[in-house]
Design a protein around this ligand. Structure first.
Ligand SMILES: CC(C)(COP(=O)(O)OP(=O)(O)OC[C@H]1O[C@@H](n2cnc3c(N)ncnc32)[C@H](O)[C@@H]1OP(=O)(O)O)[C@@H](O)C(=O)NCCC(=O)NCCS
Length: 158
């Protein structure tokens, strides 16, 4: 992947056909390492999670595409009336090329438009690539020490 490929970037809605793609993304070892829940889901757990998640009105979901290729997921959930959490997981084959910041920059206005919300991301302290990615997407790191899902976290906001 070269930087010109980033011009082929687009966001499309998640559909039921993305169930398997999301399972593959969820099983990725790096994604698991930096998830607040490091346990890999079984296929059955994933199917149940996916069905419930697709039905949630307080979530917004996008597939990240490069050309026709579906290469990642960004999703947001409304945490409070004016706050939403965003998460991103790109396929290992496309990481490290600047796609994450481009995709997040595109998503933030969509989330704000949907919920009139400040957009927050919780990141595990060792996840340097993610912290750099959110910084390059215009997020700022809070100086406050925070705990998220029982673990120390960095809180980024845009
Ligand atoms: C985090 C993620 C979304 C970043 O997207 P990306 O397209 O790979 O981001 P970039 O290519 O812009 O790389 C981000 C920065 O991290 C650096 N980086 C990339 N891989 C790295 C690594 N393994 N270790 C340290 N830094 C790394 C890049 O050089 C870049 O830094 P720079 O801006 O100083 O050049 C993507 O890597 C990913 O999906 N990772 C797995 C899941 C994950 O961690 N999600 C976030 C949970 S909060």
């Amino acid at each position: 992947m070269d930087s010109a490929s980033l011009l082929d970037f687009s966001l499309v809605p998640v559909t039921d056909d993305d169930r398997d793609l999301l399972y593959r993304l969820a099983l990725d070892p790096v994604a698991r390492l930096w998830s607040f829940d490091p346990t890999a889901p079984t296929r059955k757990q994933h199917e149940a999670w996916f069905a419930a998640w697709m039905a949630r009105p307080d979530c917004a979901r996008w597939i990240v595409r490069l050309g026709e290729q579906r290469v990642g997921l960004i999703w947001a959930e409304r945490a409070h009336q004016h706050a939403a959490h965003v998460s991103i997981n790109l396929a290992s084959s496309v990481r490290g090329n600047g796609l994450g910041p481009v995709a997040l920059r595109a998503v933030v206005p969509l989330i704000r438009q949907e919920w009139d919300a400040v957009v927050l991301a919780y990141i595990l302290p060792g996840n340097t690539a993610s912290m750099r990615c959110f910084e390059r997407a215009g997020f700022q790191c809070s100086p406050l020490a925070v705990t998220y899902k029982g673990r120390e976290a960095r809180l980024y906001a845009a």
